[in-house]
Design a protein around this ligand. Sequence first.
Ligand code: WTA
Length: 700
Amino acid sequence: MAASCLGRGVVRLLGGLRGVGARGLAAPRLWGSASAPAAPAGSYQERIALAASEPAAFWGPLARDVLVWDTPYHTVSDCDFRSGRIGWFLGGQLNVSVNCLDQHVRKSPESVALIWEQDEPGTEVRITYRELLETTCRLANTLKRHGVHRGDRVAIYMSVSPLAVAAMLACARIGAIHTVVFAGFSAGSLAARINDVLQPHGPDFCQHPEQPESRFSPEPPAKCKVVITFNQGLRGGRVVELKEIVDEAVKLCPTVQHVLVAHRTDNKVHMGDLDIPLEQEMAKEEPVCAPESMGSEDTLFLLYTSGSTGTPKGLVHTQAGYLLYAALTHRFVFDYRPGDVFGCVADIGWITGHSYVVYGPLCNGATSVLFESTPVYPDAGRYWEMVQRLKINQFYGSPTAFRLLLKFEDSWVKKYDRSSLRTLGSVGEPINHEAWEWLHRVVGDSRCTLVDTWWQTETGGICISPRPSEEGAEILPCMAMRPLFGIVPVLMDEKGNVLKGGDVSGALCLSQAWPGMARTIFGDHQRFMDAYFKAYPGYYFTGDGAYRTEDGYYQITGRMDDVINISGHRLGTAEIEDAMADHPAVPETAVIGYPHDIKGEAAFAFIVLKDDAGDADVVVKELRSVVASKIAKYAVPDQVLVVKRLPKTRSGKVMRRLLRKIVTGRAQDLGDITTMEDPTVITEILSAYQEYKDKSGAAQ
Ligand code: WTA
């Protein structure tokens, strides 16, 4: 690929800098083989049994063999779900960027780490492990020069690109904590994530007793001093004004001292007092940076995600356990083999991008594809043309994209050579039969293994998936099926009893800790305990429901809380309600999720207007734009219905389940409404809904 048609800062930077050679490599580490991950010994059943009964015997040797350590750990795990203490590989020290870069550069510096599939159709850039290490070191030195220290937070608001990956790894190199914010979030959401601080009154959670230095030092609070962004982004042929959004956000962020601005396009943007041209600064730096030796339980990154209540929570992932879990699941679930090209099309702003675009593949020395575009740009053949051109072996995407693509003619798939594909993966939301069949039959020509993978931001990596499993074991459509090593699922009934046997449905809990799980919520360990460990004491509650077949396979049935999943993006209905709450004409709102053909779920808002609210259409328009600017465009409710009152219990709680029944056509079966304050509200809402449907052809 000729660099001329790629242009822009990153390529200039990669091409124009002095090489690092062997002198820049971190010294070989103690106690690490730096080879491809060893397979846990024994059959699938034996490995599963060992991981469940003796986690230390299972994970200890793996961590020793797979990761490159500075200092060996002395204790494999110290976890207790009742007190919320989760620690793995205690006493060990390592650097994640060394595991993802230096160890591979030492062996094969010119092997390709990243293939950047740019938005412009048919253009790709290949970045070797050596180049990625050099870029990472220059960026790490730039961060240090601008006052970023170990334990500081760095916000990354960038589109999918090698420089964004280097930014994450640069933080890891110097022990800073990265917070990648999806570049589709609004200035308000970005500012909220930058401003999040440790609560001074938080319980004494941050330090593991075995590693008193671990996590972040509470004094002073881990400030976010630096934001890294691009001048602009490109997506689906459109320019996204990333820098403008950052400008707006940092006005609200007193701790931000510098904004490092890289160039994705040749367009000039306004550079203010805080702004520093990133590539120019990097060019001044050495391509060598000594890695910080980090404790296993030091924080690697924060990633914000939505829950049922309150603002998005910053989940804390730590170094060794997370990396090990991402690397192993990447290898075993997808059947990754050295030399493969791994294509995960997720954005790096989500956990899927963290674990299966960046950390898992790079720790395994893989070639990882960075997909900057959309599935339908310039046409519905984009993914498959890319598969053909890049010879992708594993393709990992979302049901939303598959549902969108199957509406087009099969010829958009068939005209491209997909013979390189071995594994197809799906993540983020339940995959319906039509999408599963299409992916299997049309994309995979009925010969690829299709893995429906269930996991969460909180779990760090895949927890339930059809593979790994015994050779030739069956794979059933639309089922995540089998727990991975160390994952022990339990289904609970409404009273908190463990459900035994097959053909049962209940709340999906995990009864045992695994290395990849989040350790806490940034600044609020009590919230972590309340959100995940309170409903079923001694168990991690996922928030999802699941069904277990007679054969012991798991099928995820969906969220059991007030979280909705729009195109695979998690959102709390309360977040949308809160965003609308500031509108002076709207005293009350209730938001629910309803099934949507393509997006999986969409938001439906019921709003009550004040008597003097004026034109309802104007208010609705304002509400939509408030949600877009406070959260993100994808959070804007598809449907907004004005009602006189909301259905409430006598104690004043909004009964969202009744609204859900109305919108999904199940109003005849409202269930128990004896606690309702005034049942006539239902008739009122039903008739308003009927009128709305007649007028606008609303959701069924
Ligand atoms: C949902 C994404 C059904 C689930 C990695 C979970 C799924 C939430 C699946 C986490 C799947 C994820 N089948 N539902 N294969 N994968 N989910 O944190 O509700 O963005 O709790 O992590 O997505 O979303 P998150």
